[in-house]
Design a protein around this ligand. Sequence first.
Ligand code: PEP
Ligand code: MG
Length: 319
Amino acid sequence: RESSGATVEHDPVTTAGGRHVEVAANVGTPREAVAAAERGADGVGLFRTEFLFLDRETPPNEDEQYEALSEVCETFAGSRVVVRTLDIGGDKPIPYVDSDPGDNPFLGVRGVRFAPGERPELFEEHVRAILRAAAGPAQLAVMFPLVSTVTELDALLDEVSAIAAELDGEGVDYAVPELGAMVETPASVFLAHEFADRLDFLSIGTNDLTQYVMAAARDDDRVASLHDPLHPPVLRAIARTVEAAHEGDAWVGMCGEMAGDPALTELLVGLGLDELSMSAVTVPDVKAGVQGIDDESAAALAEAALRAETREDVRALID
Ligand code: PEP
Ligand code: MG
């Protein structure tokens, strides 16, 4: 496959039983997408669109966003590119658009609570750019960050339909992408069935999910031992999400840091994840780890981990 002047290969990997597990990359810029392709990523599992808003003083307009997204879609022509809608707030403040972090940024206005929540006009331009890029060469998918109610999700889906109708009316080229939600709040774990019934896919954000399940901030070293996805409650939340997704005929990925730890690949495959998305550097190791995994041992490891009572017990199983 040719892209941006570089020849890239991406051989799909499968378990010994022939189950394909997509190994994708998390990227924030078109340049990072090229680096990910060069490392053999099967696609982009998380495009962090807020990076398009960094290092500037005003938001990028619709065309600028469309150009950047299109570049990523060129690089991954024919492959899946999952674009996350703006995830501003919490650990990702963009001061010129979000001037008030509130007393408790992680529990306040962030993700979809910020856009469309507080800034519907920003969201509209953003989604217009995404739907236009979806008409390009990649299989574009879009997902929403920090959704925690069905009402929020239904409103987001209505908004996407309305924007598609608007583009249609204007005669602008667009496509309706696959639609998904991040599962990164305990609320979304308990609503995973309802979400999966409405969506094509779910993507588990373990950085935030761990923070909210364990009530331990992701950026506070003093509670780092609690902010560990190997704690059994986090593993059980993941297992519950995977099961609900599959019951609703949705595919389910993981795009938190956990997905990029090669020591955890067998456990994650055993838990039933269809896709793992990570920083590009770990793609080759995780791909090598997935290839030829014994499905029964992986399932047995996951079952044992789900019965474990402490993270130390889980760690011992993995070691
Ligand atoms: C996550 O929360 O796990 C995630 C992938 O999103 P971010 O790290 O950008 O919040
Ligand atoms: Mg997150």
